[in-house]
Write a protein of this length. Structure first.
Length: 116
């Protein structure tokens, strides 16, 4: 059974930083693209960033480019999201995601709140 467990969320002032972690189990971690999504109150879940397993390519939503960095530690089965220069509009529940065709797996989410 695939499990994704996020951690690292919290309350931070605008301009601050947080690092989210997502530890995966139940799958061969280095064989799958890992991603982060977020969902703000009253809004749909949206893509934030992804890390491609094949070549290490990374992709970001325009709203976070230059501020967020996704990375992975294969030895720890963990993907990270380093978030810098946080803005109040980054406030959301952040979810880790992996797609192992035909299923998609999500973590339980971790709350990030950025105060102005």
């Amino acid at each position: 059974q695939v499990q994704l467990v996020e951690s690292g969320g919290g309350l931070v002032q605008a301009g601050g930083s947080l690092r989210l972690s997502c530890t995966a189990s139940g799958l061969t971690f280095n064989q799958y693209t890992m991603a982060w999504f977020r969902q703000a109150p009253g809004k749909e879940r949206e893509f934030v960033a992804s890390h491609v397993h094949k070549d290490g390519s990374t992709y970001y939503a325009d709203s976070v480019k230059g501020r967020f960095t996704i990375s992975r530690d294969i030895a720890k089965n963990t993907v990270y999201l380093q978030m810098n220069s946080l803005k109040p509009e980054d406030t959301a529940v952040y979810y880790c995601n992996v797609r192992r065709y035909p299923e998609t797996f999500w973590g339980q989410g971790t709350q990030v709140t950025v105060s102005s």
